[in-house]
Design a binder for this molecule. Structure first.
Ligand SMILES: [Zn+2]
Length: 272
């Protein structure tokens, strides 16, 4: 997998016969008190290597568009305008910048129900952001999010209850923990495997080295911790790559073991 080109809000990678485009929706600042130790208590000491902006952690928010030139899948959609914070909802600019027509998006794969992942299905003006949308894949445990603002899309929801193929090269794999319906999408190209792992890690400068550290919003922390451990173990295999919603934009990396933890090597310099 290698970087082909990038801009302010996107980066394009060649992945065998596929292209993977990382789309930057923006960033959100969150207090470090959201980090939890193994007992579920607020993490007492933040290592000095973890950067703060003011008093906050700055989390990138990424979505990923994968295409073979004919079929494509958009994994997550950003926050649109629901959080009313500056610096979010940029996915539409990112798509424009990358030359991806929104009418090209027929299949959206949502990693979980949180607003920074699902809200971008509806544009800030209240219209459907993807006019030719046919299917929205989401874990069965998170389907209830399709109400209110998202209700018009409910008729196209495909509930993922077990590992299932989306097409020849993409599969949905349930990984409950962060939310009941949290789902990882595996993209295969030749021997290469890319895992778009949603919210498995929120703070990359800390949780690779210390994967037992959890996040307040991990609904079931032991389950989320176990899912993170299993995915990290899987990612150290040859030809495996991760695409992370909250890894630093553009958020595509390799993972290696290091002592009791892991290190990640980004495949592209930061954007944004
Ligand atoms: Zn998130």
């Amino acid at each position: 997998m290698r970087l082909i080109s990038s801009g302010r809000h996107h980066a394009r990678f060649e992945f065998g016969d596929l292209q993977v485009v990382s789309l930057r929706d923006g960033y959100i600042d969150m207090p470090p008190t959201r980090l939890r130790d193994e007992d579920g208590c607020v993490l007492e000491e933040l290592p000095a290597v973890v950067p703060l902006v003011g008093d906050n952690l700055r989390l990138s928010v990424n979505a990923f568009f994968v295409t073979d030139g004919v079929r494509s899948v958009l994994i997550d959609t950003g926050a649109s305008n629901v959080w009313h914070v500056p610096g979010m909802g940029l996915i539409y600019d990112a798509l424009d910048e990358a030359g991806i027509d929104r009418a090209q998006v027929t299949d959206v794969a949502i990693t979980h129900r949180h607003e920074d992942h699902v809200s971008g299905l509806i544009a800030p003006d209240g219209s459907e952001a993807f006019p030719e949308l046919e299917r929205v894949w989401i874990g069965a445990g998170d389907v209830a999010v399709f109400t209110g603002r998202l209700a018009p899309i409910r008729d196209r929801v495909v509930a993922v209850a077990e590992e299932v193929a989306i097409n020849d090269w993409a599969s949905a794999i349930p990984t409950p923990g962060h939310t009941p319906g949290h789902t990882v999408y595996r993209v295969s190209s030749g021997a290469g495997r890319l895992l778009a792992w949603g919210d498995t890690v929120h703070v990359p400068t800390l949780q690779f080295e210390q994967p037992s550290v959890s996040w307040e919003l991990d609904g079931d922390q032991p389950q989320a911790r176990a899912a993170r451990a299993a995915l990290l173990e899987r990612l150290v295999r040859p030809n495996h790559f991760v695409a992370g919603a909250h890894l630093d934009s553009p958020g595509i990396a390799r993972v290696a073991s290091s002592g009791d933890g892991y290190v990640l090597e980004y495949l592209a310099p930061p954007i944004g």
